[in-house]
Design a protein around this ligand. Structure first.
Ligand code: PMV
Length: 328
């Protein structure tokens, strides 16, 4: 009862921010993302009565499973008809918990590996729905390329799932440069951020009111391969989300001075004719959207900025996959 799965983080171009059901991880709004090939999480899981406890290592270091992760495993165990404990090993090639969507690739790889280990044969939609209950944004990492996570209407969440809207080879010139400005774990989890924003931000209704138009614009941008529309829509959507975070009580500010430095630089370079756009999640790292032809120049300019520790260039990536090369 052992299986290994590989998943990539995804970066939202239209963000998911705020839950309408905390237990089922149902979002207040739909979102659209790009799955990235440059970063990955590989997870092996084995269920066995020989294991006395559930255990987890991340990059060979023992790590505590959170109550939420154990609940998620219990849900999968119930579906698989077992009570056996799990041994889990996970490897990742990028900083965990620092706003690079590690929870997305982590929970997607874990859910895929666990269901496979227990012999559950789920469709992509079923796997996305199950993964969503481990981490909302992880529901999109099941899918390749551009994915849309539907908000859904039902209380039981059966219509809230992600699906690929354009596969990874659809727009081969598309690039995302992740700039790492800090490798430290963020102080406020996205879970706390979602809750606090919905509960206390006076502008949250304004955020929700603009989502429909943003989703429509993003679908059009992808359909027509209109990079300017994609970038402008993503950047503005990101700023709107951060505006709601900043105006919660107490204020949540994920940006570091270096994040702001990069945002200014990108807007300046754009005025000078070098086209790129930024997007930022619940952390300080800035993700830069650009086209392949400009990657070299933009990466060089980014690396010259004081606050940039390193950069990772990503292309549109694969959805979840399985491997026979287990980690133990
Ligand atoms: O799924 P969570 O709880 O990690 O929340 C993700 C929130 C953002 O990254 C800020 C936006 C998104 O859609 O990924």
């Amino acid at each position: 009862m052992k299986a290994t799965a590989l998943a990539h983080p995804n970066i939202a171009l239209i963000k998911y921010w705020g839950k309408r059901d905390k237990l089922l991880f149902l979002p207040q709004n739909g979102s659209i993302s790009l799955t990235l090939d440059g970063m990955w999480t590989k997870t092996t899981i084995e269920f066995s009565n020989a294991h006395k406890i559930d255990s987890l290592t991340i990059n060979n270091e023992p790590s505590e499973l959170t109550d939420h992760q154990v609940n998620h495993l219990d849900k999968i165990r119930e579906l698989g008809g077992t009570t056996a404990h799990a041994k889990i090993a996970s490897e990742t090639n990028f900083p965990v918990g620092a706003g690079l969507a590690s929870s997305a690739s982590g929970l997607a790889a874990l859910t895929a590996a666990a269901t496979k280990a227990l012999g559950l044969e789920l469709t992509e939609k079923e796997l996305s729905i199950l993964t969503r209950q481990g981490s909302g944004s992880a529901s999109r990492s099941i899918c390749e390329g551009f994915a849309e996570w539907h908000r859904g209407e039902k209380d039981d969440g059966t219509d809230s799932f992600a699906e690929t809207i354009a596969p990874k080879d659809y727009w081969p010139g598309m690039r995302l440069i992740a700039t790492i400005v800090s490798e430290e774990k963020k102080k406020i989890s996205s879970r706390a951020g979602h809750e606090q924003t919905v509960a206390t931000c006076p502008y949250y209704g304004g955020w929700l009111a603009t989502i429909k138009d943003d989703l429509t614009a993003m679908r059009t941008a992808i359909k027509e391969k209109d990079f300017t529309l994609l970038g402008e829509t993503a950047e503005f959507n990101c700023l709107k989300m951060h505006a709601t975070m900043i105006t919660t009580k107490p204020s949540i500010m994920y940006w570091e001075p270096a994040s702001v430095e990069i945002m200014h630089a990108i807007q300046q370079w754009r005025e000078e004719g070098l086209e790129s756009y930024f997007t930022i999640d619940a952390g300080p790292q800035v993700k830069v959207l650009c086209m392949e032809k400009d990657v070299e120049e933009i990466e060089k300019k980014l690396q010259a900025l004081l606050g940039v520790k390193r950069t990772i260039v990503c292309k549109p990536g694969d959805g979840v996959s399985y491997s026979e090369e287990h980690l133990f």
